[in-house]
Design a protein around this ligand. Structure first.
Ligand code: PMM
Length: 271
């Protein structure tokens, strides 16, 4: 597995969240079992990478801590990697990343681009994992306070270039870096659309670009406030195709089937 797109179509990263199920009393084992089963379904549906996360990074969400995060994701990563899946760990913590790689994760997906816990870059360098560096300006709790841009595309590109420099300085080979402009991270509503419109500024950095729009709040401005999950998944399939047409190498989604089909239809059109 490289950081490049597979066979001309973008990679599909399927989202596997390992968070407690408030509707079940099955306990912790059940949460992991459920996540593994979900990951297997996504893989069978065509996910190229399974992105396993144990802490929500949604706006306003509370951190769970490294110990709890590791406890949640490790058994899931172990089981999915043992199946032969390419597993990514969605974490900004060095300690979690190290444990996840030990359990079989091949990719560290750090939405903070190494800013939240700089030691994560050393872990990636030491282990030879791939890394996705996200554009980030601070923790979820107050990230909208930092959502100020004059020209969002070039500014995000510049800040990502600094993260690449930090990663390379830590000993990570450029070929092992994927960039993510961080849709929804320190960007409010319309700023996300402007960023997507200016995706060229990010792809011009010359590294593979990962885009995550799945079920995000900014889609509401196109769909209306009360759009169902199904409608958001359809919208995500459309944004994933548009991102792919503008050079994205990978898309991170909840609904793998919708995005897989949309990408296949776009490819058939393009011939
Ligand atoms: N978004 C979320 C979590 N992890 N990782 C990457 N690389 N890019 C993203 O856009 C991204 C991410 C938040 O969304 P979720 O809570 O639906 O997973």
């Amino acid at each position: 597995m490289t950081a490049r797109a597979t066979g001309g179509r973008p990679q599909i990263w399927g989202i596997v969240n390992v968070t407690p199920d408030s509707f079940s009393d099955g306990g912790r084992f059940f949460d992991a079992e459920r996540a593994v089963a979900h990951g297997r379904v996504l893989r069978a549906q065509g996910a190229d990478v399974l992105d396993v996360g144990g802490e929500s990074t949604r706006p306003g969400s509370q951190p769970v801590g490294a110990q709890e995060e590791t406890r949640r994701v490790l058994p899931v990563i172990e089981a999915l990697a043992a199946d032969g899946a390419t597993v990514s760990v969605d974490t900004y913590r060095a300690e979690t990343a190290r444990a996840a790689i030990g359990a079989g994760a091949a990719i560290v997906n750090d939405v903070s681009g190494g800013l939240a816990d700089p030691a994560i870059l050393d872990v990636v360098a030491e282990t030879g994992a791939l890394v996705a560096l996200g554009h980030w300006r601070g923790p979820s709790a107050d990230m909208y306070a930092r959502a100020e841009y004059d020209a969002i595309g070039p500014e995000v590109a510049n800040e990502l270039r600094e993260r690449v420099d930090a990663a390379v300085a830590a000993g990570i080979a450029r070929e092992r870096i994927i960039l993510d402009p961080g849709v929804g991270f320190a960007k409010a509503g319309e700023q996300n659309w402007a960023l997507l419109r200016q995706l060229d500024a990010i792809t011009a950095l010359g590294l593979p670009v990962l885009i995550g729009t799945s079920r995000k709040r900014f889609l509401d401005s196109a769909l209306g406030d009360d759009a169902s999950i199904e409608r958001k998944d359809l919208a995500t399939a459309v944004t994933s195709v548009l991102a792919a047409q503008r050079g994205a190498a990978a898309v991170r989604v909840h609904d793998v089937v919708a995005t897989r089909d949309a990408l296949a239809v776009a490819r058939a059109w393009e011939g």
